[in-house]
Design a binder for this molecule. Structure first.
Ligand SMILES: NC(=O)c1ccc[n+]([C@@H]2O[C@H](COP(=O)([O-])OP(=O)(O)OC[C@H]3O[C@@H](n4cnc5c(N)ncnc54)[C@H](O)[C@@H]3O)[C@@H](O)[C@H]2O)c1
Length: 408
């Protein structure tokens, strides 16, 4: 215990807890901090409050051996890591770009909380996905709180793990590490090399911040292109799936699949961080965000028109089944989900039932089993390609398949 390096991790969520549990099983003494007492109590019982494969085993063994302890308050450490949320401000809008404004208040709070425990030689790491300049801002917060930042090390290393594979990807993924100066970069890279088997790539803090935002914007822009094609093809009476298959036979073309929009807490959020700080210059990144959001509204209009036509043809109000609410297949995560948005919008005007095999209920929506929906609905709107929706036996129904699950 004596020779173990101590690390204090601020934020015991999807990123902080797996990192804490991994390091605690790798010869670090970990002090996990959260503002939520229930989270602290759960971890200290050796249990977990989030769903992630293998995490329970790691946490259980770390707590049992005494190498992971959770607390509301930070403690003295060699290394401090900040992995708190970076959402939007609920009540503010960037008036130049009419776009959401990132909220870094959680980072500021966590930074101020560790101030009393910082000693010369400490390494302070920011892992939260952050607007460019946040690591420098964090250094200024520390300076203003009376810390001499000339004898500590401060760096950013964005997390790029995929939920569902976090324990493996924490080790295997390449990592980008950027300090506020060369010494900080080196010190941080040295730390990550103690457990990362991927390559640890050294850069500046600003570049590391922008790298994470760039990765998610790249995905967003490419999906926007596919979504735009799907809308154009609908007007032109062209099968978008066939079109993309044919176009991708070009040796240097690789178009992604369209869907009902883009969701989740990363790809549909992080590009706005670039837009917010670009003073109107991030035109393509912004347009991609708006195109992907528009795709969901376009689906709503298409389904409303289908329902109207059904009513005219059959002289009865159709029952519409929205198939899938999550933001991607085979998960229960509804954050920023376009499928949920579409279902809620349709539910305001139509007779809607919803199917989400991965959750039990959702306030305001009538959730049914997928076989019941297939029997009782007149129009089936497939929004998420969950495995349960493949190979369904559907007879005599109108179908609107936004995610190519029926013939996929
Ligand atoms: N979840 C992912 O797959 C993923 C992937 C890459 C990057 N990220 C980024 O990592 C960061 C953290 O995301 P997450 O998914 O772990 O969030 P999360 O909401 O699961 O966890 C954050 C935790 O921080 C706690 N917290 C808030 N303020 C605090 C404070 N001042 N001190 C201590 N704890 C505090 C919260 O109670 C919560 O438990 C975000 O910036 C996110 O964008 C997440």
């Amino acid at each position: 215990m004596k020779n173990k390096k101590k690390i204090c991790i601020m934020g015991m969520g999807y990123i902080g807890l797996p990192t804490a549990a991994l390091l605690a099983n790798r010869d670090y003494q970990v002090h996990g901090v959260d503002i939520n007492q229930h989270t602290i109590d759960t971890i200290n019982r050796g249990e977990i409050h989030i769903v992630e494969p293998e995490l329970d085993t790691f946490v259980h063994s770390a707590v049992k051996s005494g190498s992971l302890v959770a607390n509301i308050e930070p403690a003295e450490s060699d290394i401090f890591m900040i992995a708190v949320p970076t959402p939007f401000h609920a009540d503010k809008i960037n008036e130049i770009t009419n776009s959401p404004i990132p909220n870094v208040d959680y980072i500021v709070d966590a930074t101020k909380k560790i101030v009393p425990y910082i000693k010369p030689g400490n390494l302070i790491l920011l892992e939260s996905t952050s607007p460019v300049g946040t690591t420098d801002m964090m250094s200024n917060v520390l300076k203003n709180e009376g810390i001499d930042i000339s004898n500590i090390f401060i760096a950013h290393s964005p997390e790029r793990v995929l939920p569902g594979h976090i324990m493996r990807e924490l080790i295997e993924n390449d990592r980008v590490v950027g300090g506020i100066n060369d010494a900080s970069t080196l010190k941080a890279a040295e730390f990550y090399r103690t457990f990362v088997e991927g390559e640890v790539l050294e850069t500046t803090a600003n570049t590391a911040e922008m790298a994470k935002l760039t990765e998610n914007s790249f995905r967003d822009v490419n999906i926007a292109f596919a979504n735009e094609l799907s809308i154009l093809c609908d007007d032109m009476n062209i099968d978008v799936k066939e079109l993309i298959l044919l176009s991708n036979r070009h040796p240097r073309v690789n178009i992604l699949n369209p869907g009902c929009g883009v969701g989740g807490h990363c790809i549909s959020v992080d590009p706005w961080f670039i837009v917010d700080s670009a003073n109107g210059k991030a035109k393509m990144v912004e347009q991609a965000r708006r195109t992907n959001d528009y795709k969901a509204d376009w689906v709503v209009e298409k389904v409303k028109n289908m329902a109207l036509q059904f009513e005219r043809d059959n002289n009865k109000v159709p029952k519409v089944a929205c198939m899938g609410l999550a933001f991607k297949p085979d998960i229960d995560d509804l954050r920023e989900s376009p499928a949920l948005h579409i279902t809620q919008e349709l539910n305001k005007k139509l007779d809607v039932i919803a199917v989400e095999p991965n959750i039990q209920d959702f306030q305001g929506l009538k959730l049914v089993r997928y076989d019941d929906a297939c029997n009782s609905a007149d129009i089936l709107v497939f929004l998420v390609a969950h495995k349960q929706f493949k190979n369904l036996d559907i007879v005599n129904k109108q179908i609107f398949d936004t995610c190519d699950v029926i013939n996929g």
